[in-house]
Write a protein that binds this ligand. Structure first.
Ligand code: GRF
Length: 186
């Protein structure tokens, strides 16, 4: 059973999708801990409801110790709003979910609603989400899965974010974890 540690900062909709898929058996994995760099993140409440060990911690060294104490074999950055150092990245296998079709609308400053604002400003007709391995760059790691979502004429950043979360993120993140759990990826 793949032991997964999830890094969060906000609402935890991606965390919830992982938990639900683990509990339904769709993913051969277990969320063994959740760490948030924001102490009031609702994602911590979601972890509490499922009796998952949860921590509010900002110091990277402490986050690494927590993950190691739970013998995590995969780290998932799910709505995690902090860039991880090369030293941290060398310690773990990490994947990230980004709410655009990388290489569009990614990199420094492209997170949360900013991504969807940029997509609407550019006038793209298709956007989506990407799951990728985390390397020393920002959103530059090897791409694992992507899923496209149509942009509607009357979309706001909020309506687009919701559609990308519901139709893309919630689908490809659990799928990517299952691929890793089955040994289909390095
Ligand atoms: C999501 O759009 C995710 O792609 C981005 O942060 C947003 C919120 O994630 N990284 P969550 O609801 O905290 O999982």
């Amino acid at each position: 059973m793949l032991r997964v540690g999830v890094l969060v900062s906000g609402g935890g909709t991606n965390l919830q999708a992982i938990i639900d898929n683990c509990q339904s058996g769709a993913i051969d994995a277990e969320v063994v801990c959740v760490v948030s760099n924001k102490k009031n993140a609702y994602a911590l409440t979601r972890a509490e409801k499922h009796n998952i060990p949860r921590y509010a911690e900002r110091q990277e060294e402490e986050i690494a110790k927590i993950l190691q104490s739970h013998n995590v074999s995969l780290v998932v950055a799910a709505g995690f709003m902090s860039v991880l150092s090369p030293d941290f990245i060398d310690k773990f296998r990490i994947i990230n979910i980004h709410p655009s079709l990388i290489p569009s609308f990614c990199g420094i400053g492209y997170y949360g609603l900013n991504v969807h604002k940029a997509a609407l400003l550019r006038g793209v007709k298709i956007t989506g989400a990407t799951v990728h391995f985390v390397d020393a760059g920002c959103d530059t790691g090897e791409i694992i899965l992507q899923k496209a979502v149509e942009v509607l004429a009357d979309d706001t950043p909020e309506s687009l974010q919701l559609r990308v979360m519901e139709q893309a993120e919630r689908v490809i993140l659990p799928k990517a974890i299952q691929m890793i759990a089955k040994g289909e990826l390095r």
